[in-house]
Design a binder for this molecule. Sequence first.
Ligand code: ASP
Ligand code: MG
Length: 408
Amino acid sequence: MSLIVQKYGGTSVGSIEKIEQVAEKLIAARKAGHSIVVVVSAMSGETNRLIEMASRISDRPEPREYDVLVSTGEQVTIALLSMALNKRGYAARSYTGSQVHILTDSAHTKARILDIDESRMRADLEQGCIVVVAGFQGRDEHGNITTLGRGGSDTTAVALAAALKADECQIYTDVDGVYTTDPRVVPHARRLDCITFEEMLEMASLGSKVLQIRAVEFAGKYNVNLRVLSSFEEGPGTLITFEDESMERPVISGIAFNRDEAKLTILGVPDQPGVAYQILGPIGEANIEVDMIIQNVGDDGTTDFTFTVNRSDYEKAMSVLQNTAKTLGAREVTGDNAIVKISLVGVGMRSHAGIASTMFKALAKEGINIRMISTSEIKISVVVDEKYLELGVRTLHDAFNLDQASAA
Ligand code: ASP
Ligand code: MG
């Protein structure tokens, strides 16, 4: 008998009717012969409602108390779901994270899972019981309740699947899988049957927010087969897995994009050791994360230096950089916060030449000016003006025929 961990997100358990539907789905899986551990989120909107209440009392509530509060959303769902299963004649038992010994560090509001004692769950499973676990939470070594960060129920599910050595971890959500790109931008975007962990990490961190990134990292690290499926429609979903040597992968799997970009340039800085550090050191100290970095070739003893930050950090980064410019005697500081990043992602890029030129040619044909370029082993990113986002993504989707399942 195979063991499956299923996770249902907030929209999938957003009402009593939906919780009853989840119970039906679990029973179907049970009847198909699987042992089931199910992880649930809080009912949709509930975590936000709890956070809002806390904010009415304090701008900065004690993180320990914040976790006690926000972990309650999931506790409601586990009890209701177990009741729905019991009503249908199926044995089910609900547990908070703490009760199944999800041990975390003490970093309240963003704790990391250290260990899970799966014996209690195993004992229930052996008796044919459906085990219902609250997502997003655990406890630290002192017994304090902790939470794992927004979207953390995905990570709970993957961690339980790893601890129990489950055959598959299935994340049920409101989309039916991972797509070649956002279907709101490209209506004929295609659902991928499978994607590698590496690609998924690139897609997720670039803005395709289907899964909590930490959950994907965790699954990759512990060898958990992860599948994203729709709670509302039947279908195979998308399997996130390891690169299979026997299977030829498509060259490009998808196109990710990020609208929240801004770039800053400092012109005419001395071309000498330590300057990159003098520019980016203060940016880091201001807690601003830098993404792309480009330094030009210096000719007259000076050089230009450009980097991108999240758009919400633009003003802050600009004022830090203006100070640095004074110290360094730089000629000028310029910036642009109406830019976006578009990235081609695919493990097949490793073994195929000419991807970049195909990309640049397609963009050129549409008159889209590329402002910055960066590459890694499985990704090529370009920065373009915001107004070209939709056109750029559609153009590339067509140029690489992503609407068609690749041959083999
Ligand atoms: N309920 C939590 C949140 O809204 C955790 C989760 O849903 O994964 O972020
Ligand atoms: Mg969620």
